[in-house]
Design a protein around this ligand. Structure first.
Ligand SMILES: O[C@H]1[C@H](O)[C@@H](O)[C@H](O)[C@@H](O)[C@H]1O
Ligand SMILES: [Fe+2]
Ligand SMILES: [Fe+2]
Length: 299
């Protein structure tokens, strides 16, 4: 996958950098299925499948697993593909962890980006961040390793320290071997006060993968854009204020943008579909601002 901004074209102004206001955003109260958003315990047509995904996820996301995945997939040696090609690849996949959306993922990318573009018309770096924030879900595709859904989608959380109770379907951590390991099951585990999220291992999935892709390609998206990509599924942090003891100053600053982004990521999920051909020229022009570097294929 290729994603690179050659020049730092996407800059956040001083004012925006410090903006915490929500731009007047009004969140809808019910999702397309007639339930509250993120209603993981309400009976719905998606509830059982979603819980089963989280059960498998919570049992298998361990320190060893995350280290192995980061090594295996961080090399980016599989395939070379442009950003828009990756968006189109996601036309085949529905996210099985999501109680609020059963549309193809390309729709979710465009719904998020279009919603944020409407309220933040001048923030082109944010439009691009929204377009690519879930591109890491290409891990589901055979060309990128065909990982199972539980290892690609769903909320993320730190491994190597205690699993916070605010994490969705927390009870399923009981069967995670790290949960019984005294080196890993305390408040700090292998970390220390204020160590910074960059030093924390996060459960493996599309966020960290896409971050590694962006970093490896020397993306010059602003630090807030990379932070959004890397932690947008970390709801325990940005929704429930858990794990704050691991954050440093830069994390706290970037978190403000992540909180803004999250509203569009979550509440733009809808059955009203975006006309892909209509918006494609705008996003291609954004992508064309970036200079592409090719990732070598497997020999
Ligand atoms: O089910 C969703 C989905 O997998 C999203 O891509 C992720 O960012 C969210 O955290 C999760 O709740
Ligand atoms: Fe996501
Ligand atoms: Fe998303």
């Amino acid at each position: 996958m290729t994603i690179l901004v050659e020049q730092p074209e996407f800059e956040i102004g001083f004012e925006e950098r410090h903006r915490v206001a929500d731009g007047g955003f009004v969140a809808p109260t019910i999702n397309s299925f007639g339930h509250t958003f993120r209603g993981y315990h309400v009976e719905s047509e998606r509830q059982k499948g979603v819980e089963e995904l989280y059960r498998t996820n919570h049992i298998n996301q361990t320190v060893d697993f995350v280290r192995r995945m980061r090594e295996e997939h961080g090399e980016l040696k599989r395939v070379e593909m442009s950003i828009w090609e990756c968006c189109e690849l996601l036309n085949e996949f529905v996210d099985e962890s999501d109680p609020d959306l059963d549309e193809p993922q390309i729709q979710h990318l465009l719904q998020t980006a279009e919603a944020i573009r409407k309220d933040y018309p001048d923030e082109d770096w944010l439009h691009l961040t929204a377009l690519i924030h879930d591109l890491g879900k290409v891990l589901l595709h055979p060309a990128f390793g065909e990982l199972p859904q539980w290892a690609v989608v769903g909320d993320t959380f730190p491994v190597g320290c205690a699993f916070d109770e605010s994490i969705v379907h927390h009870k399923h951590f009981q069967e995670n071997p790290d949960n019984r390991n005294p080196a890993y099951n305390t408040k700090y585990g292998i970390y220390s006060q204020g160590c910074g999220l960059d030093n924390v291992l996060i459960s493996w999935g599309h966020d960290d993968y896409m971050y590694l892709v962006a970093k490896e390609n020397k993306s010059t998206l602003p630090s807030a854009g990379l932070f959004i990509i890397r932690y947008h599924s970390f709801y325990a942090l940005h929704r429930c204020d858990a794990y704050r003891h691991l954050m440093n100053e830069e994390d706290r600053e970037n978190l403000q943008w992540l909180k803004i982004f999250n509203k569009y990521d979550l509440y733009s999920k809808s059955k009203v579909l975006i006309d892909v051909d209509k918006v494609k020229p705008y996003y291609l022009s954004l992508i064309n601002k970036v200079k592409e570097i090719l990732i070598p294929k497997n020999p």
